[in-house]
Design a binder for this molecule. Structure first.
Ligand code: 6GU
Length: 218
């Protein structure tokens, strides 16, 4: 983030919705119509804040509302969103925000997974990190964008670096062999085995070769 910011490739800014409350106590929530537990964020401070933000950008920014009921965030989504000029990440709190704020300004509702957090702030940071690394100038020379986990639909194989032996634990022999055919086979096998064991839900059998199937049958 620091590198991308210094290069001028990305920038980010925080707005506090409370600053847009017209209430003397800077109140931004109220009881839900129809009753029920918890509080709901009111529509006006959100829309006023959005209108203020819109003045600062060239064209209409894409507005993403972070909510546990949103569409599940994926790496694919990160790549798509990295192509946008401006993104507004709207963080809900309490039980949620007034539906009219969503209807008026939100383009997409996004969740980062099946668990409940107290607010959208941490999910917003997750999106910022994941989206930014697809913007040129953000990753350094030693960082890698080829997302082996996910881009080929398999989890990544295990990595090793020096020393070749640590407290009796050795790096697999094949990685020291210099035989790239064998190294690639070893890595593919480890990726396939790990994906089957840990994430069978992402293993797309129709995309596997005969050789891959043989490995998994072992
Ligand atoms: Cl985007 N918001 C909240 N509050 N909880 C979540 C979430 C978002 N994604 C997963 N859990």
């Amino acid at each position: 983030m620091k590198r991308g910011t210094e290069k001028g490739e990305i920038s980010y800014k925080c707005w506090n919705i409370r600053d847009y409350s017209k209430n003397k106590h800077r109140k931004v929530d109220d009881y839900p119509y129809g009753g029920g537990a918890g509080m709901v964020m009111t529509v006006d401070p959100i829309v006023s804040c959005y209108n203020h933000i819109k003045e600062a950008v060239f064209k209409k920014p894409k507005v993403i509302y972070l909510t546990p009921k949103g569409e599940k965030f994926t790496n694919e989504m990160a790549v798509e969103l990295s192509k946008e000029d401006d993104l507004v990440l709207l963080c809900g709190h309490y039980e949620g925000i007034d539906q009219r704020a969503i209807d008026m300004i939100v383009d997409k509702e996004v969740s980062i997974g099946d668990y409940v957090l107290t607010g959208g702030e941490l999910p917003a940071l997750v999106l910022i990190d994941s989206i930014s690394r697809h913007v040129k100038g953000v990753l350094g020379d030693d960082d890698s964008l080829d997302e082996e986990s996910f881009s080929d639909g398999l989890l990544e194989y295990p990595h090793y670096t020096r020393p070749a032996e640590y407290e009796g634990l050795k790096v697999p022999e094949v990685l020291l062999s210099g035989n790239h055919k064998h190294i690639n086979e070893y890595r593919k096998t480890e990726s396939l085995k790990l994906t089957l064991e840990r994430r069978p839900d992402i293993l797309d059998i129709s995309k596997l070769s005969k050789e891959d199937i043989k490995i998994l049958e072992k």
